[in-house]
Design a protein around this ligand. Structure first.
Ligand SMILES: Cc1cc2nc3c(=O)[nH]c(=O)nc-3n(C[C@H](O)[C@H](O)[C@H](O)COP(=O)(O)O)c2cc1C
Length: 214
């Protein structure tokens, strides 16, 4: 059984150096421990099979979002995947416990160099400043947010550096969950959403599904 689910999202994988190398390397991990889902290949029409995605997530202990940084965030199909797959009553909200206790790991490449991700660089912030939306998404779903793996300067790095990065990535996938730093990570914070903050129609839908009155 695959304990690692790798979700790759690159809108133009045919032009990719880094993400294509990472995905290709992950596909070669033996023993079926890593299930690779190339979202743009699976859903060129953006019609996501939510049930299939949720089933794949249910099997995994480590969920990996692997993508190039696009406008300081994730590419659009991965965002749509998140909107649809992390559903109310499944990933969060009443009865939404499907992802609780799993780990989320971001594996990201950037066009900007490491120096550009600095208060004195043109991106004006350290790269860590761009993680909180994903970190809080993980927390709301009861997932532990692992320290992201980043390759900066994706267009400048040498082929040898790309290959070394892919080798590191695959080694981490194969070693999971035996990562030394995991012992020191805090447990996922609790994030109880007050009922009053829920959209009324979602609460009514939930009540119907659980046999109650809307
Ligand atoms: C639409 C778009 C938005 C991008 N936004 C960013 C960005 O916000 N920060 C950055 O450092 N690089 C940005 N880039 C550059 C990509 O991150 C870079 O091309 C990618 O990491 C290279 O990986 P690849 O070899 O797998 O294509 C952007 C590229 C595109 C096409």
């Amino acid at each position: 059984m695959a304990k690692v689910l790798l979700l790759t999202a690159h809108p133009q994988l045919e032009h990719s150096r880094v993400n294509l190398a990472l995905m290709t390397a992950a596909r070669q991990v033996p023993d079926g421990t890593v299930a690779v889902r190339d979202l743009y290949a699976l859903y060129p029409d953006y019609l996501i099979d939510v049930a299939a995605e949720q089933a794949a997530l249910a099997e995994a202990q480590l969920v990996v979002w692997q993508h190039p940084l696009h406008w300081y965030g994730m590419p659009p199909l991965l965002k749509l995947w998140l909107d649809e797959v992390f559903a109310f009553g499944w990933a969060y909200g009443p009865g939404g416990n499907a992802l609780r206790g799993k780990d989320l790991w971001l594996v990201v490449s950037t066009g900007g160099s490491a120096e550009a991700y600095h208060p004195s660089g043109h991106n004006r912030h350290f790269i860590d400043a761009f993680w909180p939306p994903c970190e809080q998404t993980a927390a709301l779903a009861g997932m532990r947010f692992l320290p992201p793996l980043v390759l900066h300067g994706a267009h400048q790095v040498s082929d040898a550096e790309v290959a070394a990065h892919a080798a590191l990535f695959v080694a981490r996938l194969q070693q999971y969950p035996d990562w030394p730093e995991l012992d020191e990570l805090p447990v996922c914070p609790g994030c109880e959403v007050p009922m009053a903050d829920r959209p009324p129609e979602l609460l009514a839908q939930q009540a119907m599904l659980s046999g109650g009155q809307p």
